[in-house]
Ligand binder design. Sequence first.
Ligand code: RFL
Ligand code: PHB
Length: 395
Amino acid sequence: MKTQIGIIGAGPAGLLLSHLLSLQGIDSVVLESRSQDYVIGRVRAGVLEQGTVDTLKAAGLGGRLENEGLEHEGIELLFNGIARRIDFPSLTKGKKVTVYGQKEVIIDLIAARQAAKAKLYFEAKASKIEGLESDKPVIHFEKDGQQHRLECDFVAGCDGFHGIARKSIPNDVLTVYEREYPFAWLGILAEAAPSSHELIYANTESGFALHSMRSPSISRNYLQCDPKDDIANWSDEQIWQELSQRLARKEGSFHLNTGKIIEKSITAMRSFVVEPMRYKNLFLAGDSAHIVPPTGAKGMNLAVADIRILSKAFIDFYKQTDTNGLDSYSETCLRRVWLAMRFSWWMTSLLHKFPDDDAFAYKLQLAQLDYATTSLAAKTSLAENYVGLDLDFKG
Ligand code: RFL
Ligand code: PHB
């Protein structure tokens, strides 16, 4: 089998790349190790930056997003039992975020690719990449018990944190920057109407909590927990009790709506970046190159930003034999990646209880939160990062 761009992984990065290339007549093949149902069923990100929404709409993927996406003009930060709101439009010249599950983005992308009769193969696991130094690299993959070869001009490694693309790059070429956090998130999806119009990020003496949503009838909530904790240790009742305690406030009323829990899982938290994001004819994009803790809601948005840059670089190469975009790909992406790393790390440090923290550290967190929600300069910084920095951010 032959194509121009061989794409490994059908997450947001791989599917969007294939879609944007096809709009410009560039051929690609997407190989995905999991089944279509599994890829759609995964519960993951929920918040789309303005730039992500604009990209999806411009690519003809705005239909359901416009009807079902929930536009949010702010978030609440809750600390010491007091809630303070950050208003996005007034602080960012009108920008907002949209709550629309990653699952929905994936459904829209798969539908668009299949309607265009794309070469999108599920249960097709890439096992090896060969000849990256040559102008015809080959991806070896297994489908239906048979071994296959995909010959391409370039390989896009969109295969997430556990994929093979990053591991195909010689060790001495890559530098890894990594931080593991001493806590995890227990996440639940529940048949309960959201308890607030906006997301609530809570710092409490028992740890972090987040109230989020997927639709007017589905809530998504998270609790900070021990990374070694087992989800089996948490009964539904305990989860609701802990959430309602952590989301309680001293002033004003708040009632946590409860309902049937339809999914629950524990996710580890890490920051991870690999440099560079290109090796010869292999380009890494999304979680294969970088992971952020979910506190800043940046993971999927970073994957989409990489693809905006990579798709343009491929288009310039094929339409105008211009290699500038390909040559600067890694550097361009990494600047924005590190800005998002900083923001995600900062939000994580601000809101979680660290095992070694003493009373002084907690008081400092409260002062940071007070400042971040009072000072115009600090509020503007939080808001402009949360709604997403421009691709060529100049301040
Ligand atoms: P994905 O989505 O992991 O897709 C990679 C795909 O590659 C496949 N694959 C292979 N296919 C073929 N051959 C192989 N050898 C392969 N190895 C792997 C995998 O099966 C998979 O389908 O990576 P991508 O496209 O880079 O997208 C990244 C995002 O999925 C991720 O960053 C976000 O989900 C992170 N994230 C959030 N991001 C946000 O922007 N906003 C949020 O609010 C947000 N919340 C979250 C999150 C992630 C979470 N979890 C579960 C980690 C909340 C949580 C709890
Ligand atoms: C979610 O709704 O899943 C979500 C929202 C905000 C975050 C992380 C996850 O920061």
